[in-house]
Ligand binder design. Structure first.
Ligand code: ADE
Length: 419
């Protein structure tokens, strides 16, 4: 048995069936895995991955292993781990996993340390906790690392700040900035899975409700459009004038947070910033307001302030805590303010993670090939990889597109032709 710290290896059979189910929706990754099996582009490369331990991630881990990598996985969030998936990775696929759903902070960080103990050459992160641990406590390991990948907006923001401060110790590829990642995973993935989490946790009817979406980045757009599609009256709050304008022209009401606070039935934060919902908003909210976060960290809702305002806090359903406030008002917080789509549901559907994780797999292969020639900065996914993922996804969906004619190519390359 490979090394592990998982909840119950007895869940491995159930987990394997779930992993295989997800794999059926991940044809691009499957194709990459089949090629990797033959070519072994990551032969002998140790990879430490810190990702949400889901069935989709399991299929990425299988793909890296098929490429010859020595891969180990820990969780990037204490509440997103699927214990059956973790068990299957260990029991059925012989991949070391350190992840238990609901683990405390000490356990969470000890799991990150466990994957770093394997002396990785490549790191794979979602949110930046592994990279931060390396730079703060394992600087001696930095020279051994040829590069890393980062999955999400929040992690990329942290990496860019490290780069700007001259402390980034190795090159990292921003998977998030690939078109085939953020235009799909962030928008359609978060859009669907956030609604899924809220519905599973509360079984609330969306039609006729006022849903306040805080933040109109790619994730916010997805959430707003799905809420609108389910019959909600959608209000958007923003701090960026261009995004606010887009939201207004996309047909949403745009309001300052305090105005939105008085109107919302359901609030969903997707900003990547801290304390987006705080005391000044809680005190204006209606009785029965539901608060959920779909941003990476559990900082967007100021729970400490909410707790200090509450007369009582009780658990009323799995994933739902009731805060009793002044004026006979009750406010409900889902999944302790952690990522509702992963804590209360299963994260983004496999068909969209197919593209994100195809970028991850191909970027690892690219990193292994370019070994030594990169600087310590944040890189985009190479354009040919991004386009290849789009091309493969279309092919697996049976969607065909046109090609430029020779005449059109010449026209695009010329500047002389006008009216
Ligand atoms: N992030 C969001 N959804 C995810 C999923 N299903 N698997 C891994 N990471 C995710």
């Amino acid at each position: 048995m490979v090394e592990n710290d998982v909840k119950d290896l007895g869940l491995a059979d159930d987990g394997r069936l779930r992993v295989e189910w997800a794999d059926r929706q991940m044809p691009v990754l499957t194709r990459i895995r089949e090629r990797f099996e033959k070519e072994k582009p990551l032969d002998g490369v140790t990879i430490a991955a810190c990702l949400h331990v889901t069935t989709e991630t399991a299929n990425l881990m299988r793909t890296l292993k098929a490429a010859g990598a020595d891969v180990a996985l820990c969780a990037s969030n204490p509440l997103s781990t699927q214990d059956a998936t973790a068990a299957a990775l260990v029991g059925a696929y012989e991949i070391p996993v350190y992840a238990i759903h609901g683990v405390d902070d000490a356990g969470y960080y000890s799991h990150i340390k466990a994957v770093l103990d394997r002396k990785p050459k490549i790191t794979m992160d979602d949110g930046g906790d592994l990279v931060t641990m390396l730079h703060q406590h394992r600087q001696d390991q930095l020279p051994e690392i040829i590069g890393g990948t980062e999955e999400t907006t929040t992690g990329v923001i942290r990496l860019r700040s490290m780069e700007a401060n001259g402390v980034l110790g190795y090159p990292v590829i921003s998977i998030n900035d690939a078109d085939t990642k953020h235009l799909f995973d962030n928008r359609y993935g978060t859009g669907q899975s956030a609604m899924d989490g809220i519905i599973r946790a509360t079984n609330v009817l969306l039609a006729g409700k006022t849903v306040v979406v805080c933040g109109y980045g790619m994730c916010g757009r997805g959430v707003a459009s799905r809420a609108k599609g389910m019959g909600a009256d959608v209000v958007v709050t923003e701090i960026d004038p261009t995004r606010a304008l887009e939201a207004a022209m996309d047909g949403y009401r745009v309001l300052p947070g305090r105005d939105a606070a008085t109107q919302g039935d359901i609030f969903i934060t997707v900003t990547g910033n801290k304390h987006v919902l705080r005391a000044e908003h809680f005190e204006l909210m209606k009785d029965g307001a539901i608060l959920a976060n779909a941003g990476h960290f559990d900082i967007e809702i100021n729970l400490a302030e909410l707790r200090s305002m509450a007369n009582d806090v009780t658990s009323v359903r799995p994933e739902v805590e009731e805060y009793s406030l002044a004026g006979d008002r009750r406010v409900y917080v889902l999944s302790e303010g952690r990522l509702v789509n992963l804590a209360a549901a299963e994260g983004h559907p496999a068909a969209v993670m197919d593209m994100s994780f195809a970028n991850q797999a191909l970027s690892c292969e690219w990193l292994a090939r370019t070994h030594g020639s990169l600087e310590n900065r944040v890189y985009d996914v190479p354009e040919d990889i991004d386009k290849e993922v789009a091309r493969l996804k279309l092919e697996t969906m049976g969607v065909r597109i046109d090609e430029l004619t020779n005449e059109q190519e010449t026209y695009l390359a010329a500047w002389e032709e006008g009216t």
